[in-house]
Ligand binder design. Structure first.
Ligand code: NDP
Ligand code: GDR
Length: 357
């Protein structure tokens, strides 16, 4: 890799952007992120690593921009002169993509194309060779074609979001093959953490548990509990992104745990962790159903393990425990006796192992 360890991240304020920034800063990079102008602060997830740019120790810099604004993307590239670019920015909520398909496709699909075009011109003008990571998704597999899903499994996207990710995937392949761009697609299965957005199902559940215990809400409303997902830990997954860009050749990789669990199983474990019966607290609301559902995702990450030496470090019960604990702590609640169930590991050990806040 180049001596100039300068990385640019779109979507730096998101779950993955925050963990990736921490990883890159730890590795000595200067990290630049694109943030959107919002009327309230949207930098909660990275505030703890932000240092005032007037401080000469500062290595994290933020720039206003948007994937729907190609001019700004070009200007930021010229200014920052990155050697690695991670495209994590997206309207990433599958259900919302049915409500707002044009915007989703503009940010996810066209946004990736705008960035790729900006990179092509930037490389040409400056001679700087860029390595590009595209945040692809297991949602691209959509309707089950093969179990488990791997790099060669055909795509069958089932939402505007997934269609746009498939478009972005193939544009990334095309820039690699047409212009020799060092471009990688990560095909990442669901990954969660205490920093997961509050409207994704795992965090919605763990946050509801803490709020129910705190007396702030009585119950929570969910949609389809039968869908099965391959859930991993976000901090593990950003390591795979970085590893992809450190290889000799660009390629596409599936990142997954190889285990699948239903939303119902997540509920069982999460409520079980605090000795509550979820049936008493969860109600059905059809508004959370999607017009087309993805029923079963389970990934085969053999290639990623073999070529990148990557491994997931957190098991499903550990992930659930980690998330419930973090939401309890956020409300100042003490952890219940979590030895009540054998399925739960010791939270102190997990936290030490993964360095979670
Ligand atoms: P989040 O939803 O947590 O974060 C999305 C980020 O994109 C935020 O920083 C958001 O900014 C930014 N963003 C949204 N719209 C735009 C736009 N128009 N221009 C620039 N930035 C924008 O997602 P995750 O961190 O969970 O995921 C990161 C990426 O990986 C996404 O592309 C997602 O689709 C993809 N992915 C995620 C998986 C997962 O399980 N987490 C699995 C597979 C793929 P703001 O904070 O202002 O909203
Ligand atoms: P997903 O994640 O659609 O897999 O996309 P999400 O957590 O939104 O849904 C997972 C499953 O849970 C079911 N579900 C509910 N989902 C939400 N959000 N809210 C509910 O109330 C609810 N009830 C049941 C859903 O129907 C679904 O089957 C995530 C995102 O991070 C994408 O950006 C990413 O690409 C994929 O993971 C991999």
């Amino acid at each position: 890799m180049s001596e100039r360890k300068i990385a640019l991240i779109t979507g730096i304020t998101g779950q993955d952007g925050s963990y990736l920034s921490e990883l890159l800063l730890d590795k000595g990079y200067e990290v630049h992120g694109i943030i959107r102008r919002t009327s309230t602060f949207n930098t909660d997830r990275i505030d703890h690593i932000y240092v005032d740019p007037h401080n000469e120790q500062a290595r994290l810099f933020l720039h206003y921009g948007d994937l729907t604004d190609g001019t700004t993307l070009r200007r930021i590239l010229e200014e920052v002169k990155p050697v690695e670019i991670y495209n994590l920015g997206a309207q990433s909520h599958v259900k919302v993509s049915f409500d707002s398909p044009e915007y989703t496709v503009d940010s996810v699909g066209m946004g990736t194309l705008r960035l790729l075009e900006a990179i092509r011109d930037y490389q040409h003008r400056t001679g700087i060779q860029v390595r590009f990571y595209q945040a692809g998704s297991s949602e691209m597999f959509g309707k089950v074609q093969e179990v488990p899903q791997k790099e060669t499994t055909p795509f069958y996207p089932r939402s505007p979001y997934a269609c746009a990710k498939v478009y972005a995937h193939w544009q990334t392949v095309n820039y690699r093959e047409s212009y020799g761009l060092f471009a990688c697609n990560g095909i990442l299965f669901n990954h969660e953490s205490p920093r997961r957005g509050e409207t994704f199902v795992t965090r919605k559940i763990t946050r509801a548990i803490a709020r129910i215990i705190a007396g702030k809400q009585k119950n929570t409303f969910l949609g389809n509990l039968d869908a099965k997902r391959d859930w991993g830990y976000a901090k593990d997954y950003v390591k795979a992104m970085w590893l992809m860009l450190q290889q000799d050749q660009p390629d596409d990789y599936v990142v997954a745990t190889g285990e699948t669990h239903s939303v119902g199983e997540f509920l069982n474990l999460a409520f079980g962790y605090v000795n509550l019966d979820w049936h008493k607290y969860v109600e059905f609301d059809g508004r959370y159903l999607r017009p087309a559902e993805v029923d079963l995702l389970i990934g085969d990450a053999t290639k990623t393990k073999q070529k990148l030496g990557w491994q997931p470090s957190v098991t499903f019960p550990e992930l659930v425990a980690l998330m419930v604990e973090a939401d309890l702590q956020a409300l100042g609640l003490t952890s219940p006796n979590n030895n009540s169930s054998n399925s739960f590991p010791d939270i102190a050990t997990i936290r030490q192992n993964v360095g979670e806040m």
